[in-house]
Write a protein that binds this ligand. Structure first.
Ligand code: P6P
Length: 343
């Protein structure tokens, strides 16, 4: 029986890197360091139930006003150290840090890349064993070498991303990334300690049966969202409705499921979150890049392509509609018809 050889993350990156501008092995090294950090964090998450000292809240509130979990802080430290050790990253914008982190050591000062990262997204799920994730976005620096990077290096629109990806720490741990040549998935094989190619070219269905939104916020939603939810719940065999509601409060897990099966994830503006909840730089832009590379779509619900939003702050929030193209377009249709002004 023919056996297909296992291809590791490094092998696939090297195979593909010839198509990646500025390659010269830089992307390989960068993604390899991200993969190493992911293995270390994965091990800690998997043992969290045994090492209860790593569970629970750190005694700190982050800039988001959210209580940091101990694993949040741990993941942030691991990824920061791994990226600094790569020698090609000169700065980081992290969900866990108020300001950008500038690497000013000899190894990293002249690195060509900056990273926006959510080291551990969905942390409210950590202690209840629900899938969580790391989300990252890679940009080329714009500040000339010899000068320290500034916020301007991070406030680039999503269309300028060189690469983006996530790690989902779930029933199996996967790393999914894109460099603009399609969305590719790797599954972690603990017995050999490698991320192995499992989804060479991920394509999300144009339509699906899943809608993902926190309906507990229903009364605060814009009219267009309320009308779209009711549309999803109506019965219509021609359009495969009623849809199924699936929402576990972990963006990477909800997005990953919908990417594979078809579906839409919505986190809209609400009365209490007038700019939405999700952060543009290290949640929406990388997920939007992956969605589009898989044939999906990502907008703010008001006709604006996420990747074309010009960031103004590293922790800026936006409303977020992403997933199967036909479903995002239908939701956008409701948002354009039922504006809050005329309903
Ligand atoms: P809510 C986690 O904090 C997160 O940023 C996403 O991972 C998740 O989809 C969303 O917030 C959950 O927010 O308000 O529904 O609990």
């Amino acid at each position: 029986m023919a056996t297909s050889r296992i291809l590791t993350l490094n092998e696939v990156i090297i195979q593909k890197q010839s198509a990646f501008p500025y390659a010269k092995g830089e992307l390989s090294r960068l993604l390899s360091h991200i993969g190493l950090a992911a293995k270390i964090v994965n091990n800690k998450i998997n043992r969290a139930g045994l090492e209860t000292s790593i569970l629970g809240e750190a005694d700190n509130i982050n800039i988001q006003g959210e209580s940091q979990q101990k694993l949040d802080v741990y993941a942030d430290e691991i990824f920061t150290k791994a990226l600094q050790a790569s020698g090609i990253v000169c700065g980081i914008a992290s969900e866990e840090c108020d300001e950008i982190i500038v690497f000013d050591d000899d190894l990293s000062r002249d690195g060509n890349y900056v990273i926006c990262i959510d080291p551990l997204d969905g942390s409210s799920n950590i202690d209840v064993n629900v899938s969580i994730g790391t989300i990252f976005s890679i940009y080329r620096r714009i500040t000339p070498h010899g000068q320290k990077v500034t916020k301007a290096d991070f406030l680039q629109p999503g269309t300028k991303q060189m690469a983006a990806g996530y790690i989902i720490y779930g029933s199996s741990t996967m790393l999914v990334y894109t460099t603009g040549l399609g969305t590719t998935g790797f599954t972690y094989e603990p017995s050999i300690g490698e991320f192995c190619l499992s989804h060479y070219f991920m394509v999300t269905p144009k339509s699906g049966k899943i809608y993902s939104i926190n309906e507990g916020n229903y009364i605060k939603f814009p009219q267009g969202v309320k009308k779209y939810i009711k549309y999803c719940q109506e019965s219509d065999p021609d359009t495969n409705r009623p849809y199924t509601s699936r929402y576990i409060g972990s963006l990477v897990a909800d997005f990953h499921r919908n990417l594979l099966k078809g579906g839409i994830y919505i986190y809209p503006k609400t009365a209490s979150a007038p700019n939405g909840k999700l952060r543009l730089l290290y949640e929406c832009n990388p997920i939007a890049f992956l969605a589009e590379q898989a044939g999906g779509m990502a907008t703010d619900g008001y006709g604006k392509r996420i990747l074309e939003i010009q960031p103004t702050d590293i922790h800026q929030r936006v409303s977020f509609f992403t997933g199967s193209k036909n479903m995002v377009e239908k939701a956008e249709e409701f948002m354009s018809i039922y504006t809050d002004e005329n309903n």
